[in-house]
Design a protein. Structure first.
Length: 194
């Protein structure tokens, strides 16, 4: 991905604007006669102080390419987590060492993930950086969502069983993850900036 990232800056790295990251590192090492690691440190310090940003000159052009790119890594982490949760509930034996994995996965699934995804989807752009707000509201919304899901399962013919609750929550989380990816695609740079 480094070869696609270009420097757009207002800092001391201005002479390297428009170059790829690798070319900028080589240019800095040659001009300042420093090692590659020191050049990377200079770029990292400028990047962390927000004096410039890296621009991908070849971003995914459509939703399908976005969906399978590194821009959408959170979705794939969620799918791996859901697979691990399913495996720990349905397949692993319910004995001592495996119970801790099951407890951790189900607690995170029931008390955090659905609400956090809803907050990520519906929170306005100007509040996207408020991590503590997203986490706290995510927990509250997860409680509400799990309660409503439990009530609906009690009212249905499926009943209030562990399997039906977990499968329903996994389905809801998968759908929310897909909506999160679509939302992220529409909110990326060049779309809906405030």
């Amino acid at each position: 991905m480094d070869e696609n990232n270009k420097i757009a800056d207002t800092s001391s790295l201005n002479p390297y604007e428009g170059q790829t990251l690798d070319k900028a590192i080589v240019s800095i090492t040659l001009e300042k006669r420093i090692s590659r690691v020191e050049a990377i440190e200079i770029i990292y310090n400028e990047l962390s102080s927000k004096k410039f940003k890296l621009i991908d000159d070849n971003p995914p052009k459509n939703i399908l390419r976005f969906f399978f790119s590194l821009y959408n890594i959170f979705f794939w982490i969620m799918m791996i987590y859901e697979g691990l949760t399913f495996y720990s509930i349905m397949i692993l034996p319910q004995v001592f060492p495996y119970l801790y994995l099951r407890y951790a996965c189900t607690l995170i699934l029931t008390f955090f993930i659905p609400g956090y995804l809803i907050m990520e989807i519906f929170m306005p752009n100007n509040l996207q950086k408020e991590t503590l707000l997203k986490i706290s509201l995510g927990v509250i919304i997860s409680f509400l969502l799990v309660s409503i899901t439990g009530y609906m399962l009690i009212s249905s013919s499926y009943g209030f069983r562990e399997t039906s609750i977990m499968m329903t929550l996994l389905f809801i989380t998968t759908v929310l993850s897909i909506f999160y990816s679509l939302n992220k695609y529409l909110r990326r740079d060049g779309h809906n900036e405030e």
